[in-house]
Design a protein around this ligand. Structure first.
Ligand code: ATP
Length: 513
């Protein structure tokens, strides 16, 4: 996969009603997108898979839907007013803006891939005799690169911990990191930039209050956690899940829906006893990866990335990365947030928000384990993995979206072979059998082959075709999107077949949480 395939995905998404650039007739808005019919269906299905697996399958996780606007003190307590900054740097020649930390991290990744290449070369040379561990520990070239990586990492961590932007710039200069567009090292100084959008609440200038659009959904959970715990009669450990919009004025937003300024998060905060965070961190790392793999996506497209540079609230953090068309990047974060948020809210509000533990017979501030995934990023992971241009046996090509069947936008297309002889009427009758249960499409226009292609392009897993035999013996042909195989079955069988293939509950059961 490369940027060219990302371009194809973007134009396919527009042409087939998944994603449109927002406000297109006014030239659009950078990094803001609208979801069209098929996109909205797919997004709903991903959200449903997340919500049901987190809330329905875990009796100690409950849901919430908190408001986007929150009291401005929320963001002072959470650290977002002071610390939700990205260090930005501009290249004077290309006039492109970058995040300084990302430039350095990408440089480290390049060094790591150099090691990878050396290993592959040696593997080829030494064949069966190759001892990878020994090679990594003794090859002078590898040792030199490893040292360089370690030095660079510790310089970077220390510079960011001290908020020393001069040193950050110096690292970029020392490493001679180049702008990917201009290829030059002609950089500006590094500056901090706060990512929150602000707005005003209230009618008059004097009485209005400065507010922020929430940059994460998590704080709505923290402020409500005691209300939720009491009303849902939860005992620690328990979790609160929420999906909803978040807003960030991102500096660099140029990878389609990967980095948007308005996006949706699916977050779960898990409240635990202090001291147990390491176990729960590993537990949720494991669970969340299995949630992804349960969709049947190639496991080699996922990897963990443990953080060296921790956010101000965390004592451990790991990303689940996905191999997007532009390489491995964060899809989901698992963060051990300690008691930072709850303690800060307690201090700033002056309200006691401690949990009373009946087993220990005492109050304490719980620690928090967070799982946080961007719905739009998950959407991009799904479509970039699903989109294929296949060459068929007869030399023709087809665009197919092999979206995991259980979350495909439409589950079924009903196609009368001809627009006459009572076939459309019969097809509509068949449709009525299913339309209350699943999203489906009715299509009677064009030759059947073209109609199959249209469904392939939007990822519909099954097409059923109604022909003259259907009227005689209540049978239809059912065509599988991926194999393109067609079977003749009784209408009654279709119901059972669909239940066993596309019902989301089957995949939830497989998760066995
Ligand atoms: P990144 O390092 O890519 O900026 P982050 O570490 O700031 O991400 P978190 O604050 O951990 O992200 O947010 C949790 C999840 O929300 C991310 O894993 C990602 O899936 C999603 N997310 C964050 N920012 C954006 C964005 N601008 N557009 C789309 N999704 C986002």
């Amino acid at each position: 996969m490369d940027n060219d395939s990302l371009k194809k995905i973007i134009s396919h998404s527009k042409e087939y009603g998944f994603i449109f650039p927002s406000s297109e007739i006014y030239e659009g808005l950078n990094a803001i997108y609208d979801y069209a019919h098929n996109g909205a269906l797919l997004k709903n299905n991903i959200r449903e898979y997340w919500w049901r697996s987190m809330v329905q399958l875990n009796e100690n996780i409950v849901g919430i839907d908190s408001a986007i606007f929150m009291h401005p003190k929320t963001w002072a307590a959470s650290g977002h007013v002071d610390a939700f900054n990205d260090p930005l740097i501009d290249n004077k020649d290309s006039k492109k803006r970058y995040r300084a930390d990302v430039l350095i991290e990408e440089f480290i990744e390049k060094l790591k891939s150099k090691i990878q290449k050396e290993v592959q070369k040696a593997e080829k040379r030494f064949k069966e005799k190759f001892d990878k561990v020994q090679f990594l520990n003794t090859s002078p070239k590898i040792l030199e690169i490893t040292n360089q990586i370690n030095e660079l990492k510790s310089r970077m961590i220390s510079a960011f911990e001290k908020d020393d932007l001069v040193e950050v710039k110096k690292i970029i200069d020392d490493m001679e990191i180049k702008c990917p567009i201009s290829g030059t090292c002609n950089w500006t100084e590094v500056r901090q930039f706060n990512l929150m959008f602000s707005t005003k609440l209230g009618a008059s200038e004097e009485s209005s209050m400065d507010l922020y659009l929430r940059p994460e959904t998590a704080q709505g959970i923290f402020l409500n956690y005691l209300n939720v715990q009491k009303t849902s009669r939860m005992k620690i450990p328990f979790g609160i899940a929420q999906t909803g919009k978040a807003f960030r004025n991102e500096i660099v937003a140029r990878q389609f829906i990967f980095r948007m300024r308005e996006f949706e998060q699916m977050e779960m905060q898990f409240f635990i006893k202090p001291g147990t965070q390491e176990n729960w961190f590993n537990h949720w790392k494991d669970k969340r990866l299995s949630w992804h793999l349960n969709l049947g996506i190639d496991p080699s497209l996922f990897r963990y990335h443990d953080h060296d540079k921790l956010a101000h609230y965390a004592d451990a953090a790991c990303d689940i990365e996905f191999n997007f068309p532009f390489g491995f990047k964060e899809l989901e974060g698992i963060h051990s947030r300690t008691d930072f948020d709850l303690k800060s809210h307690e201090e700033l509000s002056g309200k006691k928000i401690q949990y009373f533990d009946p087993e220990l017979d005492k109050n304490y501030t719980p620690y928090v384990l967070e799982t946080s995934i961007g719905l739009d990023r998950m959407f991009l992971a799904i479509i970039s993995n699903s989109f294929k241009v296949e060459t068929l046996e007869d030399g023709s090509t087809r665009n197919v979206m092999s979206i995991p069947k259980q979350i495909a936008p439409n589950k079924l297309a009903v196609l009368p072979l001809l627009k006459k002889d009572g076939l459309p009427e019969y097809a509509r009758k068949v449709m009525n059998e299913f339309s209350h249960k699943i999203n489906l499409v009715y299509d009677e226009k064009d030759a059947i082959g073209r109609r199959y292609r249209r469904q392939d392009a939007i990822g519909t897993p099954y097409c059923i075709t109604i022909d003259h035999d259907s009227l005689k013996n209540e049978t239809v042909t059912i065509r599988d999107r991926d194999s393109m195989k067609q079977d003749r079955v009784k209408i009654e069988e279709v119901k059972k077949f669909l239940n066993s293939k596309i019902d989301i509950s089957i995949w939830l059961k497989k998760l066995s949480w």
